[in-house]
Each structure stands twice: as structure tokens, then as C-alpha cells.
Design a protein around this ligand. Structure first.
Ligand code: SDX
Length: 430
């Protein structure tokens, strides 16, 4: 919305020309600078923003972040309230549909997801083709992309029914694919979904069921997992969501777009950080070694994984909630010796000028790995645990992008730094 005086007056000192650039919603449109030329042959000014440090890529009504004050809201509801009162499936509905469901809507949503948890047997055969030691995130990346070959109707992205059924399928099948990957790592038979169980309990059953006829999840573990899923569901325009939106902007099917998100989340600076945190804590080895490690970080030889954030310049509200969920899980599983190292790291870092001056606080990944480790998961599964709930955020953002009249295929420009007009030299003369 443009108010009076809500504009920039820009003078191009190369030509002395002055321009009025409207300010809308705290931004100026980058295309407004194309008119600023030195002559008619000039392409015009572009904005340059590697890694999008200060660029809004879209309008979105899904997730609100206030990094300075550590605020996170899904569709306007504070994350603390949702973690305390909601369930992951209810939050997934909220992210996708924009409002909390009434009981009839939630029952139908839950029913639809429950009856779509199975995957085609060929997907199982596809996953069994991986090496015994394949990283489960690589397996998930590949199998989500493979789903696009089983649902060719997914290319009908203009069809609201097709968008709806792919949304259901992705949210429903992600835990099944994740659990298949986990069982593959262990060389154990894959478990099929049990539709009598709730979403987190069904996932636990597919992970851990052995010879018992009926897997019965521990309700404390099931609730802790549901809270973790709520906390990881969406986070506005993070790296993996940007990948989903950018790939999805080519009008490819949502499975291929979400597979791109899985690929981005795999990276150690993003969803792979929870695995990197555990490896870091194991490498530190004891509380006594923490000061030496911190010194290594300050010397630039180490990175304190699980700390820092592009948006949060305050404590990540999700880290605070996960830290308390640790206690609930450890009540069942017994505490982790790495917890003491983590709390000592946090204590020192929150007091040390190096971290304080850079506004580095624990993020969502700092404590989550301790819970997954306590649940007996191999570290390679940790980013997979992030991908399961983030699927609802990715698909909500994809749905918003495909319906946004302002969105076109993503195609940034560049600053060309290479050579021009070179003559080809025949091989025998080089
Ligand atoms: C997630 O975007 C999202 O919303 C992501 C996420 C989501 O829900 O989708 O929240 C999930 O990915 C959380 C982040 C998980 N990653 C990590 O924990 C990895 C460790 N953290 C970082 O590498 C880093 O903090 C990032 C990647 C998270 C943010 O990087 P930025 O914004 O590009 O910041 P930067 O690398 O430019 O750092 C600024 C300064 C630098 O120091 P100087 O060069 O100014 O001297 O802070 C330093 C960095 O060296 N710094 C760190 C640090 N993070 C930043 N120093 C030591 N340890 C760290 N963890």
C-alpha cells in the first residue's frame, strides 16, 4: 500500500536524473531501478543481493517471524500456543488451509491422511535397491522425486482437486518413506503403516515394530515427537522452502518441487545441522573440553553447529520448547551424556562476547538431535526427522506460490565477470 511520501527519491549521479521510487510494505520493487540508465542502450540498474540477505521473494500469509524478538507464528498463532495445545496434523491443516479446523474438518483431514500412508510396492522395491549404508536423506530425496512417476495427475497443478490429493499424499507418505529408509539402514524388514495409530505413533511403529503383533507407542514419546513435528512444520522463506518455490515456479509437479526442498534441507547449514550438532558434541567429548572448542570457534577453526540464524538474532523460540521436551523424553529413555556438554556450550556461548556481538543463539537444531539420539535413531536420520514435518510447510508454501498472480518462473539475473568475444584456437595450436 503506497501512502503519501512513502517513496524514495533517487538521484542517479551519473546523469543527474532524479527518480521517485514507491515504498510498498517496507520494500521497493527491484524492477523500479531498471529505468535508471545512462543512455538508451543501457540495460538499466539491477539490485545485487547474493544469498538474498535483504530481498523479499514473495508475499506470504503463512508464517510470521520477528527475528529480533524471537517471535514465530503460524497463520498468526504463536508457536508456543500451538506446541502446547495442538497436534501436528491440526497444525498441518492450519498451514495448508489458513484456519484451525473444526472437529468434522479435522476428522476428515486425519482420515484422508491415514488412508494414504501406504506407498506403491514398486517404491519399496526402489528403496531396497540402495546400498546398505545409503544415507537415509539421500534415499528420501530420491523416493520423494520417484513419487512423481506414480502420480502423473500431479502435473495438473491448475486443478484444485489434484493439488488437494497431492497435498494429502505428501503429508501422509513422508513418514512411511522415512521409516522405510531407517529400516533399510538397519537391514531390517520395512514395517507397513498401522492405521489404528495416530500420525506420530504410526511413524514410531514403522520405525521400531519388530515381532510384536501390535506396536504400542509410549504416549510420552509420541507427544514429544508431535511437538517436534509442530515446531519444524514451517519457517517462512528458509533455504529449502525457497528451493521448493523456485523449482515449483517452473510449474513442475509438487513431488519434484518438494524433492528439491529435501535436497536443500540435507545441507549441514540447514536441516543437516541437527546431525552436525551431535557429531560436534561427540567430538568435544566432555564438558572439560568445551572451553578449548569455543576457543577454536572464535579462532575461526570451528563452527558452533546449532547456533546462529539468518533471521533470529535472539533465542530461537523453538529451541526453548525443544529443550523442555528433552526432559519429557529423557524421563522415558534416560538422559544423554551429551546433554551436559550441550548445556555447558550454551552457557558459555550466551555469555561470550564473540557470540553475543554476533547475536548467535541456539537454533531449532541445537537440542533436537539429543532427542532423536535418545530415541535410538542414527544421526543420519536426524535431517529426515526435519523433512517429515517440514513437508506440510513446503506444500503450504507451494500452494500459495501456484495461486499467487504475481509469481512467475524464478529466473534471477547476474553480474557477468567473465571474458567476452574470444577467438576459437584450433586444438593443435593451443
Ligand atoms: C535451520 O532459515 C531458516 O529459517 C532455517 C531454519 C528453518 O526452520 O528452516 O531455521 C532451520 O537451518 C537453522 C540453522 C541451522 N544451521 C546451523 O546451526 C549451522 C550453524 N549456523 C550457521 O552456519 C549460520 O549461523 C547460519 C547458516 C544458520 C546463518 O548464517 P548467516 O546468516 O549467513 O550468517 P553468517 O554465516 O554470515 O555469520 C555471521 C557471522 C560470521 O562471523 P564474521 O564473518 O562476521 O566474523 O557470525 C558467524 C560467522 O562466522 N557465525 C558463526 C556461526 N554462525 C554464524 N560462528 C560460529 N558458529 C556459528 N554457528
Amino acid at each position: 500500500m503506497t501512502q503519501p511520501n512513502n517513496s524514495l527519491t533517487v538521484t542517479d549521479n551519473r546523469t543527474g536524473t532524479t527518480y521517485e521510487v514507491p515504498i510498498e510494505d517496507g520494500t521497493v520493487r527491484a524492477t523500479a531501478f531498471r529505468q535508471m540508465k545512462v543512455d538508451e542502450s543501457d540495460f538499466g540498474l539491477m539490485t545485487y543481493d547474493p544469498a538474498f540477505m535483504n530481498t523479499a521473494s514473495c508475499r506470504s500469509a503463512i508464517t510470521y517471524l520477528d527475528g529480533d524478538n524471537g517471535v514465530l507464528e503460524y497463520r498468526g498463532y504463536p508457536i508456543e500456543t500451538l506446541a502446547e495445545h495442538s497436534t501436528y496434523l491440526e497444525v498441518a491443516y492450519l498451514l495448508v488451509h489458513g484456519d484451525l479446523p473444526n472437529s468434522a474438518q479435522l476428522d476428515e483431514w486425519t482420515h484422508q491422511i491415514t488412508i494414504h500412508t501406504f506407498v506403491h510396492e514398486n517404491i519399496k522395491a526402489f528403496m531396497q535397491g540402495f546400498r546398505y549404508d545409503a544415507h537415509p536423506m539421500g534415499m528420501l530425496l530420491a523416493s520423494v522425486g520417484a513419487l512423481s512417476t506414480f502420480y502423473p495427475d500431479a502435473t495438473q497443478i491448475e486443478d484444485p482437486h489434484s493439488r488437494h490429493i497431492q497435498t494429502i499424499r505428501l503429508i501422509a507418505k513422508m513418514p512411511t518413506l522415512a521409516a522405510f529408509a531407517f529400516r533399510h539402514c538397519l537391514g531390517q524388514p520395512y514395517n507397513y503403516p498401522d492405521n489404528d495409530l495416530q500420525y506420530p505413533g504410526n511413524f514410531l511403529g514403522m520405525l521400531y515394530k519388530m515381532t510384536e503383533l501390535k506396536y504400542e507407542p509410549d504416549p510420552r514419546i509420541e507427544r514429544a515427537l508431535d511437538i517436534l513435528f509442530i515446531l519444524h512444520a514451517d519457517h517462512e522463506q528458509n533455504c529449502s522452502t525457497t528451493a521448493v518455490r523456485s523449482v515449483g515456479s517452473s510449474q513442475v509437479d509438487p513431488y519434484s518441487a518438494v524433492a528439491a526442498g529435501v535436497g536443500a534441507l540435507y545441507g549441514p547449514l540447514h536441516g543437516g545441522a541437527n546431525e552436525a550438532v551431535l557429531r560436534m558434541l561427540q567430538r568435544i567429548g566432555s564438558r572439560e573440553e568445551v572451553p578449548a572448542f569455543i576457543a577454536g570457534v572464535k579462532a575461526g577453526n570451528e563452527r558452533l553447529m546449532g547456533f546462529g540464524h539468518r533471521v533470529y538474532k535472539n533465542y530461537d523460540p523453538r529451541a526453548r520448547i525443544i529443550k523442555s521436551a528433552c526432559d519429557d523424553v529423557f524421563e522415558v529413555t534416560g538422559t544423554s551424556p551429551l546433554l551436559n556438554i550441550a548445556t555447558e556450550l550454551e552457557k558459555i556461548a550466551l555469555e561470550d562476547e564473540y557470540f553475543v556481538s554476533r547475536k548467535l543463539y541456539p537454533n531449532v537444531d541445537f537440542y533436537s538431535g539429543l532427542i532423536y539420539e535418545a530415541l535410538g535413531m542414527p544421526m543420519e536420520m536426524f535431517p529426515v526427522m526435519f523433512a517429515i514435518p517440514r513437508t506440510s510447510g513446503w506444500i503450504a508454501q507451494w500452494l500459495e506460490m501456484v495461486s499467487d498472480p504475481e509469481q512467475k518462473i524464478s529466473r534471477p539475473r547476474q553480474i557477468y565477470t567473465g571474458e567476452r568475444g574470444r577467438s576459437y584456437v584450433p586444438l593443435d595450436q593451443r
